[in-house]
Design a protein around this ligand. Structure first.
Ligand code: GLU
Length: 487
């Protein structure tokens, strides 16, 4: 009886939604949500435009949420259609509207308060709410310390929900919510001292830390939270929810989720506060001197100039007279042999150094086996640039012997540190290597590269709020015509 009523309700809803009244007579089995999506051939997803969710980079659409949900659409065999909302409340409103998007993939927490207004998939990322204060101010260490402070959070956010709940214990706690800002703005406002505190999720802070070097974690508020996709409150049809959960389980199982986490969040801790601060400063003070030559060299070799610039930063912090104990020198830290082979006569001449480094990375990249595909191919090229192609080959063989994939950076990077342990390197062709080094080398460069990509993306043009806080002098974000995919 109950099932029949449900079926009729679903049927009527569907008819109202589609207006196909002619189907009235043959409506014994209305299509489920998943069937409808497959029939239409489109999965409509709503999200926020932010570095953790969805944004444009040099190759088009990007972001953790975007990439994950894109794979879900492919898994369903349909096209993905992304819509962006101006604020969090709009996401929930549009999800629950007839004819609205099928789901939200928007970096949102499956919070208690939201359970009544939406349905959540299983979690795909564990995060923590962090209270953020300004460096140099007194650091709050517990919720009581937030009383009397100017606090701003996103309107309708999980953080606002937490603050509201806290007010029962701390009635003097005051906070404001805004629907006109994004997480990047909140962090900038703390960074510049416009507000005292904000609350953001740990993944958002980790991605943005480098732009806001004065914004620091005061303390973690509460237990771990789960990020999940969200569906509207349609009790009758859980087919899409079930399909999404099955997909997420599979993505966990086959390593897709881990690879995406690695891509977007795996290297965010690499810099630390000191490194992030220094990078922001050097971006302003040093990069402008070499940007032109990075761009020109990159063009010659068909590589992305930001990757070359990232290598240069990792090698010497963009200092042309850098020297290391092991005799490598110059902005791109070339060995004497490499310099000679690349036609560099004076290693401390920054122009020659960048040209030599560019030529060398392009060569290393093209010498890799064809079986290594992008984006891994770029990470392998960097590792080979650092440790040498022979050692990298040894690590690939070790990976294969362990049943790992020798063409995946995530797998081979686990093997590289073994090259410094006798039990392993004694069995390899090229022997001992400081195998941990290329792993750090690649992680650092990826971090610098991501930052350079983010600050030069075309989408930031004209977005005053965002552009004003990013330290970009010298980077001409309008001049992206020449940028190419990495290598
Ligand atoms: N995750 C937050 C929420 O669920 C959005 C902003 C943030 O991650 O800091 O409302």
């Amino acid at each position: 009886m109950f099932a029949q009523t449900q079926l009729r309700k679903r049927c009527t809803n569907w008819l109202l939604a589609t207006g196909l009244l002619l189907m009235l007579t043959s409506c014994a089995e209305p299509p489920s949500a998943v069937e409808r999506i497959k029939e239409e051939g489109v999965l409509r997803v709503i999200t926020r435009n932010s570095p953790s969710t969805y944004f444009q980079d040099r190759n088009g659409e990007a972001g953790f949420e975007y990439e994950l949900v894109k794979r879900f659409a492919t898994h369903l065999g349909v096209e993905l259609q992304i819509e962006t909302a101006d604020n969090i409340e709009e996401i929930f409103a549009r999800l629950n509207r007839p004819g609205g998007p099928a789901l939200a993939a928007a970096g949102l927490v499956a919070s208690e308060g939201r359970q009544g207004i939406a349905r959540f998939t299983d979690s795909y990322l564990d995060v923590t709410t962090q209270v953020v204060y300004r460096r140099g101010e007194r650091r709050p260490t517990q919720p009581q310390d937030m009383v009397g402070k100017r606090i701003l959070v996103l309107k309708g956010s999980s953080q606002a929900e937490k603050l509201k709940a806290l007010q029962t214990e701390l009635p003097d706690l005051r906070y404001e919510e805004s629907d006109a800002v994004e997480v990047v703005d909140l962090l900038r406002m703390v960074d510049e001292g416009l507000v005292d505190l904000t609350l953001v999720e740990s993944n958002e802070l980790a991605l943005n830390q480098v732009y806001f070097t004065n914004a620091r974690v005061a303390f973690d508020l509460g237990e771990q939270n789960s990020l999940a996709w969200i569906l509207g409150k349609d009790e009758e049809d859980d087919t899409l929810l079930e399909a999404a959960n099955a997909f997420l389980a599979e993505a966990k199982e086959n390593g897709t989720l881990q690879r995406l986490r690695e891509r977007y969040y795996g290297h965010v801790d690499v810099l630390g506060y000191v490194g992030a601060y220094a990078f922001a400063k050097h971006l302003q003070e040093r990069l402008p001197r070499y940007e032109k030559i990075f761009r020109e060299t990159a063009k010659v070799h068909g590589v992305d100039w930001r990757l070359l610039a990232a290598i240069g930063y990792q090698e010497s912090h963009w200092q042309p007279d850098a020297v290391s104990k092991t005799g490598v020198r110059g902005l791109m830290m070339l060995t004497l042999n490499t310099a000679k082979a690349m036609g560099v006569t004076n290693r401390v001449d920054p122009v020659q150094s960048i040209q030599g480094g560019g030529k060398y990375i392009a060569l290393v990249h093209s010498n890799l086996p064809d079986s290594i595909k992008e984006p891994d191919r770029t990470w392998f090229a960097l590792a080979a640039y650092n440790v040498g192609g022979g050692h990298l080959e040894d690590a690939r063989k070790l990976a294969e012997a362990e049943g790992l994939d020798p063409n995946k950076w995530l797998d081979v990077k686990q093997m590289l540190p073994r090259l410094s342990q006798k039990q392993w390197y004694s069995k390899t062709r090229y022997g001992y290597a400081r195998g941990g080094e290329p792993v750090h080398f690649v992680a650092n460069i990826r971090r610098y590269y991501d930052i350079l990509t983010w600050v030069t993306q075309p989408q930031l043009e004209g977005q005053q709020l965002v552009q004003s806080e990013i330290h970009t002098p010298g980077i001409n974000s309008t001049d992206l015509g020449e940028s190419l995919p990495p290598l």
